[in-house]
Write a new protein. Structure first.
Lengths: 115, 115, 115
């Protein structure tokens, strides 16, 4: 089965598609100073990536969220819950972890069905 | 391919089934004060979820475990090893991470084949 | 669909194969005192496991990397980037996490397509 890679960087692809499944890299914010702002920016990027591989958030299978400070769970989750397709949320886990750059407050990795 | 969601909460589904694969959310304990007790409670929940989607622990593909204190690895692992189907353990990774609520000591996310 | 397990330990399989997908356990270094050395050793193990299930690093779908100190990101990433198949990198996420043993500096979990 063919593997297609989207937005290939030197050491990762922002998305890998194989058959009818898309695997997204951990997404981080391009801008935003708060957890809410960074979450919004990341979810906007995820919408774009999902669209570029021919799917959308209603077909998400799994989401992994890392917060640099897990006490910001509710701030992240308010933005996430407003965004997620009602009645169609994926399986999810959210834990605390320090991220690659000190200004990053949240990172989100996902897999999605394409059809 | 149809996606079926089980035990849908406001922002996640406890399990998502697509084709012959089940994706489980990160499961946390409903009760238990120790890592051993919480692990037991989580594995009981996972048994229930797997049964509700028509599979069981002998068909687990991957398991991710987060411990708030990785020095409790052996305490968690003793309960896990007694539970796991002998000769049929899934791929697994266990790392330390602070979880969403301060009383949580362990969280487990899994994927399983259905047939 | 049959599940095949490779290098089965008491509580995990180093790899689980189902259909045309391989799920690898979190791999840790057998030796090495630095992040670069441990990363090299882990990637060598992953090459071996992938070969044993009939695939190779050009068919990796996802990679999750945990570093005990995320400030070693570049040291890990230099080894990783030299190793990864050019133009064919998988989706990836790298976060900080304490690992099961104090001498471990990096752990890598992966999934790969087999054909």
């Amino acid at each position: 089965m063919t593997i297609t890679r989207h937005d290939v960087r030197s050491f990762l692809s922002m998305a890998v598609v194989r058959g009818d499944t898309a695997y997204l890299s951990g997404h981080i914010a391009r801008n935003g100073d708060t957890v809410a702002e960074q979450t919004e920016d990341i979810l906007e990027q995820i919408d774009e990536v999902l669209a570029s591989v021919g799917t959308d958030k209603s077909k998400l299978l799994t989401v992994n969220i890392w917060l640099t400070d897990v006490s910001t769970f509710h701030e992240m989750n308010e933005v996430y819950t407003a965004w997620i397709a009602p009645h169609e949320p994926p399986a999810r886990a959210t834990v605390e972890a320090k991220l690659a750059l000190p200004n990053l407050l949240v990172e989100i990795m996902a897999t999605a069905a394409i059809e």
